[in-house]
Write a protein that binds this ligand. Structure first.
Ligand SMILES: *[C@@H]1O[C@H](CO)[C@@H](O)[C@H](O)[C@H]1NC(C)=O
Ligand SMILES: *[C@@H]1O[C@H](CO)[C@@H](O)[C@H](O)[C@H]1NC(C)=O
Length: 228
């Protein structure tokens, strides 16, 4: 009888350890993002030709879960003036990134362009006159599953200039996106409140390895987006 109750107490304690462990696991998983470098990744994607675009904006894994889905980030992007590409015309090849999450290099999940206030023809305007665009990568691999979205944001010249990144276009694009996202925005009946944090020296500053040899200042903007 004593042995049985001891055994039961033992089992109960194992059970409570297991359940408290799983609670610890969940809170450990609730993190803004993991530094890609810690898992063998990089703050630069692979743009082809040896260079990379900086992953200069992160949408925090602590954002509302609905923001971190493909449809969710698209709707949020529309609330800050971005849209899908002009009639699905894709300018350039997909680019891949290694977020250090155990998935290795994966292609962008989506590419969005600034829509200049008109979700249908705006992106076509962007292709003609230049503007901001970004690629999205999700950090969801087995070794660093934050759910955070890493964005490679840049500002382009217009099509007459060969549709290339403008000088200083990575920092300028990042800051323009941060300014557009700050505070309260809304699209498709969803209201967002976004907190913007600037993480200085999060990635290496300078032009080393950066696509087109364009220098960056090393800051990453962290967005925590909450659906109200
Ligand atoms: C990315 O997509 C291109 C074109 O579809 C494909 O050739 C390439 O293998 C993909 N890269 C990765 C890392 O999946
Ligand atoms: C979004 O905000 C507007 C303006 O404050 C408000 O009228 C509306 O009810 C809000 N929508 C939701 C879904 O909370």
């Amino acid at each position: 009888m004593v042995a049985t109750s001891l055994l039961l107490a033992c089992l109960a304690s194992v059970a409570s350890t297991v359940s408290s462990l799983s609670i610890v696991d969940r809170s450990a998983a609730a993190t803004a993002f993991f530094n890609p470098v810690d898992g063998g990744g990089s703050w630069l994607n692979n743009a082809g030709g040896g260079g990379g675009e900086p992953l200069n904006v992160v949408i925090s894994g602590l954002s509302s879960p609905d923001v971190l889905t493909d449809d969710g980030v698209l709707n949020f992007a529309r609330s800050i003036g971005f849209s899908t590409e002009c009639f699905g015309i894709h300018l350039g090849d997909p680019q891949s990134a290694n977020l250090g999450d155990g998935h290795g290099f994966v292609n962008q999940t989506v590419e969005l362009r600034q829509d200049f206030g008109n979700a249908d023809v705006g992106t076509c305007l962007e292709s003609l006159i230049g503007g901001n665009h970004f690629r999205v990568y999700r950090q969801n691999g087995p070794s660093a599953n934050s759910g955070a979205l890493f964005l490679a944001v840049s500002q382009e010249e217009n099509v007459n200039e060969g549709h290339t990144i403008s000088p200083d276009g990575y920092d300028v694009g990042r800051d323009a996106l941060a300014a557009a996202a700050t505070g309260k925005t809304s699209f498709g009946g969803v209201n967002y409140s976004t907190e913007v944090q600037r993480l200085e020296n999060e990635m290496p500053a300078g032009a080393n390895g950066v696509n087109h040899g364009i220098a960056v200042d090393g800051a990453v903007v962290l967005l925590t987006v909450t659906i109200e």
